[in-house]
Design a protein around this ligand. Structure first.
Ligand SMILES: Cc1cc2nc3c(=O)[nH]c(=O)nc-3n(C[C@H](O)[C@H](O)[C@H](O)COP(=O)(O)OP(=O)(O)OC[C@H]3O[C@@H](n4cnc5c(N)ncnc54)[C@H](O)[C@@H]3O)c2cc1C
Length: 500
């Protein structure tokens, strides 16, 4: 915590009075104890009673009120998402029934009751009914186009064997990019828990494709991989869609000595430009699905009632070892959890996701971790390398927003008068010594007509967020910015955030 002078209230509690809002923010940043935070709030209310300080402290109280310790869940004061997180770790059906009774006697929310009920069923199990007669989609709906029905290259698996979590480790300029390290750490954590929960011994497999790439194997192991599989070839020196897809799919389906299964159980890719490109095609080629741009992953059993998945209306079926892939929707104001589940007559594996960079921390490199490294040899056909790279030139990086202490960020709130909006933003920028103007992607992709003199400020080089610049200024001022998750990813570490 930052050192904030100015004394404490009784019992050593930080006294917000006589501190400005920034100092209060710094002081409470590491306090997670709701009782202490409430004491600070009381001191503020009985002292200077500033609205901004009260909002700041209350928002922190709200945040940690939902992080309830085991056995202390009070559903009535929690949001639906908070309850979903809290019950994830509960394995006692009786404890869950207690929470269900609490909810029924309180707010009685349908969504909450369903969540708790589903969790009880996933613990206790349910009867699996006989599947109904299967009619292939092309027979059932002959009048529709079925472009994938004759995908001869896809080995339709029935009762296939699936194991392990594969991580596509993207590189740039011959080095792993951070999101590759982040995913390896997350995969390690997921598979350690998986092996414990299911008494299994499945592994994390890092996939490297490129030229002179095997030298990165140790680093992959140090970040959590048990196995590294790589293909090196001079024509793979840069990402080429067709060639990389062919290699990844061949690795997935092949049966070398170390791989005693048909296809990976799970695969994760980075949600970068290349990772998005590769993941979509690989999952289509493997006849499975993809949850793109995920920000969280966990593995759990789940009870499903959808007849497409159970094979019989009204039936419930317990699916085991399901990768739950959480992704922001509606500009990040809602989260969906995507599941890739088998149908009664068709298996969908690998369960696959692409992961937004910086969703997970990079775990410390363990240089003494042990793992195995295998080369996946295959011919790279000329036709797969359908792009010839004749040279390359570094694009100028443009404005570096990370250099400034203050960022004024304009969003689509300026829609009624885009040029006037940018002018207003620039006026504010000029009031600080070390400030610059940033924009949201909403501005970049808009069809606003800017007058020539401000056009330069509406270009992608000033975009802040997941697919733009990642900034940590002392002060971030968002004007007409809704705060979509993809935007927040790039500015949430700002010291002070002002949103208008
Ligand atoms: C894969 C992917 C990657 C993305 N990457 C990024 C990224 O890197 N960066 C990014 O920014 N976005 C990104 N986005 C887009 C993101 O989801 C949002 O659509 C975008 O951030 C919205 O921009 P906005 O806040 O300007 O617009 P909006 O969401 O339309 O918000 C405008 C806000 O202005 C307010 N407003 C209206 N009038 C006024 C007024 N007169 N005064 C004050 N406020 C007003 C409105 O109430 C609203 O809250 C990405 C999306 C995807 C799918």
């Amino acid at each position: 915590m930052e050192n904030v002078s100015g004394g404490t209230g009784g019992d050593g509690v930080f006294n917000p009075n006589s501190h400005d809002i920034r100092e209060i923010g710094a002081a409470i940043r590491e306090i997670e104890d709701v009782t202490s935070l409430k004491a600070i709030l009381d001191l503020e209310k009985s002292g200077e009673n500033r609205a901004s300080a009260i909002v700041l402290i209350e928002s922190r109280i709200k945040k940690f009120s939902e992080k309830v310790e085991e056995g202390e869940i009070d559903v009535k004061s929690m949001t639906i998402a908070g309850i979903a997180n809290a019950i994830r770790g509960i394995e006692s059906a009786d404890e869950l029934r207690g929470l269900l009774a609490q909810e029924e006697g309180g707010e009685n929310r349908v969504a909450v009751k369903k969540q708790i009920q589903n969790k009880i069923e996933s613990i206790e199990g349910v009867e699996i009914l006989e599947p109904i007669e299967y009619i292939a989609p092309e027979e059932k709906y002959p009048y529709l186009n079925h472009p994938t029905a004759d995908k001869k290259h896809v080995r339709a698996l029935k009762e296939g064997k699936y194991e392990d979590m594969w991580v596509y480790c993207e590189t740039q300029r011959g080095e792993l990019i951070d999101v590759s390290r982040e995913m390896l750490g997350k995969a390690r954590e997921l598979m350690d828990k998986y092996n414990q929960d299911y008494k299994a011994k499945e592994q994390v497999v890092a996939v490297l494709i490129g030229e002179d790439i095997a030298r990165l194997a140790d680093e992959c192991i140090g970040h959590g991989a048990d196995i590294v599989i790589y293909t090196e070839h001079s024509s793979l020196s840069r990402f080429i869609h067709t060639a990389y897809t062919k290699v990844f799919c061949d690795m997935s389906r092949s049966r070398p000595k170390w791989k005693k299964y048909d296809e990976p159980r799970y695969v994760i890719f980075p949600a970068t430009n290349n990772g998005r490109d590769l993941s979509a095609q690989v999952q289509a080629e493997l006849d499975s699905g993809l949850a793109s741009d995920c920000s969280d992953l966990y593995i759990e059993n789940i009870v499903i009632t959808n007849p497409v998945k159970t094979g019989m209306p009204g039936a419930k079926k317990n699916f085991e070892r399901v990768l739950h892939m959480k992704r922001p929707d509606f500009s990040g104001f809602e989260y969906s959890t995507i599941l890739c589940l088998d149908n009664p007559h068709r298996e969908f594996h690998p369960q696959g996701a692409s992961v937004i960079p910086r969703s997970f921390p990079v775990k410390e490199l363990e240089s003494n971790r042990k793992g195995e490294v295998f080369s996946h040899e295959m011919e790279i056909e000329d036709g797969w390398v359908d792009v010839a790279i004749v040279g390359n030139e570094e694009v100028e990086t443009g404005v570096d927003l990370t250099e400034y202490e203050v960022i004024v960020c304009m969003g689509r709130g300026i829609g009624k008068d885009p040029t006037g909006g940018i002018d207003l933003g620039l006026e504010l920028v000029n009031m600080f010594d070390n400030a610059a103007l940033g924009i949201t992607r909403g501005i970049v992709t808009s069809s606003y007509k800017f007058e020539g003199r401000v056009e330069q400020y509406a270009k992608e080089e000033r975009q802040i967020g997941e697919t733009g610049q990642w900034i940590k200024p002392k002060l971030y001022i968002g004007l007409g910015v809704s705060g979509a998750i993809q935007h927040k990813t790039g500015m949430v570490e700002s010291e002070i955030i002002v949103a208008i």
